[in-house]
Design a protein around this ligand. Structure first.
Ligand code: ZN
Length: 295
C-alpha cells in the first residue's frame, strides 16, 4: 500500500482505491459499433450513449464505424480488446465481412458482452447467430420462420406465439409505462416496478429464436394489446446479451430510465454484476425524467 499525501493508493485485484478513499472498479472497456442505420440520428445517439457511459466513470468507450453504404471489407474491429460491444447499427445495414461475423460470434460465445439498442434488433435478419444473440428482432423480412412472437398477456402470462405474420412494428411515438417483471435481476433490482418512459417508439410484434432469453420488463402496446418486451437478457454460449428496443431518438435516450438501463445493462453484460445505483432523478410511475446529454 502506498500513502500519498494523506490519500491511499492501492491496487487490489481489479479494484482501485483512489486518493479520495473511494473504492472504484477498473473501467470496463466498451466498443460501440455503428455506421449504417435507417435512423439518421445515429451519429448523435452514438455520442449520447458514449457520453453517458463515460460520465458514469465506470466505462471507457471506443467506437468502430463502418463505411456509410454497402458491405465494408475494412470493418474489422478487434472485439477481443473489449469486455462489451454495443450495437448502434439499424435497419438495412449491409452484412459485415464473414471474418468479422465469425470473430464477433467467437467473442460473444466465449464470454464477451453484447448490448443491443433499439434498431440494432432490425439488423442482419439472415445472420443466424446474430438472431440468437438478440433473441427477438423486427423488420428485414422477419416472419414465422424467424421464431415466435414473445410477450406477456393481460393476465401476466408469458406467451410464445408461433402464429404466422411479420415481425416488427410500432405505433406513434408516445410516453409509456415500463413494468418491471423480474425484481431479482441485477439490472432492474431496486427499480420502481412501474416507471414512465419518455417519448419513444414502442416496438411491438418482435419475433425471433428467443432461446435462453429472460424478459425483465415490458410495456403495453396500444396496437397489439400485448405487453411487449422492453428489457431482455439472452445467454449466448458464455456471453451475456442485454437488449432494449427503447432508444429511438436523442429525446428517448435522455430519459433517466433509459440511461440507467443502458449503464446497468452494459455493466451486467460485461461483468455479470451491477454496481451502478438507481439515481435519485429516476422517473416515477406518474412522471418522466430526462437528463440532457452532456449535462
Ligand atoms: Zn426507431
Amino acid at each position: 500500500m502506498l500513502r500519498v499525501g494523506g490519500g491511499i493508493l492501492a491496487w487490489a485485484g481489479a479494484l482501485l482505491l483512489t486518493a479520495t478513499g473511494v473504492l472504484a472498479a477498473e473501467p470496463i472497456r466498451v466498443l460501440i459499433v455503428d455506421g449504417q442505420n435507417n435512423h439518421g440520428v445515429w451519429p448523435k445517439t452514438t455520442q449520447i450513449m458514449k457520453s453517458y457511459l463515460q460520465q458514469s466513470g465506470r466505462f471507457t468507450v471506443d467506437t468502430a464505424t463502418a463505411a456509410p453504404q454497402g458491405g465494408d471489407p475494412n470493418f474489422r474491429p478487434n472485439f477481443a480488446a473489449y469486455q462489451v460491444v454495443l450495437s448502434n447499427f439499424g435497419h438495412g445495414a449491409a452484412p459485415w465481412p464473414a471474418e468479422t461475423r465469425e470473430s464477433f460470434e467467437k467473442f460473444v460465445r466465449g464470454g464477451g458482452g453484447f448490448v443491443v439498442i433499439h434498431a440494432a434488433d432490425n439488423s442482419f435478419p439472415d445472420w443466424v447467430a446474430y438472431n440468437e444473440m438478440i433473441g427477438l428482432g423486427g423488420w428485414g423480412g422477419r416472419n414465422e420462420k424467424s421464431g415466435p412472437y414473445v410477450y406477456f398477456d393481460r393476465q401476466g402470462k408469458l406467451v410464445r406465439d408461433e402464429s404466422p405474420g411479420n415481425g416488427g412494428n410500432h405505433g406513434p411515438q408516445i410516453e409509456f409505462p415500463i413494468i418491471v417483471r423480474d425484481r431479482e435481476h441485477p439490472i432492474v433490482q431496486g427499480m420502481p416496478l412501474e416507471w414512465l418512459h419518455a417519448q419513444d417508439e414502442l416496438y411491438d410484434k418482435l419475433r425471433g429464436p428467443a432461446k435462453n432469453m429472460q424478459i425483465l420488463a415490458t410495456a403495453e402496446s396500444r396496437i397489439t394489446g400485448r405487453h411487449e418486451p422492453m428489457l431482455m437478457t439472452i445467454q449466448y454460449g458464455e456471453g451475456r446479451v442485454f437488449h432494449t428496443p427503447m432508444g429511438h431518438a436523442e429525446y428517448s435516450q435522455e430519459c433517466v430510465g433509459f440511461i440507467t438501463c443502458l449503464l446497468r445493462g452494459t455493466e451486467w453484460a460485461a461483468t455479470g454484476k451491477v454496481t451502478i445505483e438507481i439515481p435519485a432523478d429516476f422517473p416515477t410511475a406518474e412522471k418522466t425524467s430526462s437528463r440532457a446529454a452532456g449535462k
